[in-house]
Design a protein around this ligand. Sequence first.
Ligand code: DGL
Length: 277
Amino acid sequence: MKVENPSNPIGIFDSGYGGLTVLKEIVKELPQYDYLYLGDSAHAPYGSRSFEEVYDLTLECVKQLFNKGCPLVILACNTASAKALRNIQQKDLPILAPNKRVLGVIRPTTELAGNYTKTKHIGVLGTTGTVLSQSYPIEVSKFHPEVKVYQEACPLWVPLVESGKHNTTEADTEVKTHIDNLMSRSPKIDTIILGCTHYPLLIDTIKKFVPENIKLISQGEIVAKGLKDYLKRHPEMDAMCSKASSIEFFTTGETKVFDEKGSLFFGKGIRSKHLHL
Ligand code: DGL
């Protein structure tokens, strides 16, 4: 992997490792751009934090990415997208950096998810923060008013993944409980959104307990295609993003731990630098 000092990379942000599952797909779809990933591992998980905490932390990380030259930042975290995106876009951006943009992951996911369901019953698995924000039902109703959304909060899934326990019997029990809860809300659910960027790491476990006829939607590919489309529709933003195929990783946590675990999420070795927040 080529690592250099790109001047205007696309910033990818997550509370920890989850966004790496999104970055992986973005790089496949758009390999020519420069990327700067920031994982706020020192403060993860965000899922159980208050609205104000998630907003403050996310805004601080966005500012850091702007300072490092990013003209465009993707919040590759559902919790941050649910709790901080709107405020940042409407309140902070016009003052901070009117020419820069911050995008989330919930909108592109909901736009497409309605096209997959035949029964018009969709399930969403997410963190407590994402579920309580009601962002998924609200966004789905904008694009697909006929679709019913059933949500299930899975507060232990991110801690399980972050602590590397996603392939254990503990994970099996935890995942089964929440899939059963979700399916008991409506037997008509035929599509389930993995509404947290950490959950692709649990996909094998999830598949064990989800009936085979149900479509599981991970966000990586959807967000990558959405970004490609966005850059096509906004040539002025595309022109601001540098293109030297480089990737840099930053963590607010321990770099050694981040590199070890992060490689699992990214699918290949990574080497991060520490960023103090
Ligand atoms: N990857 C984040 C998300 O998509 C996890 C949030 C957390 O840190 O709890 O919601």
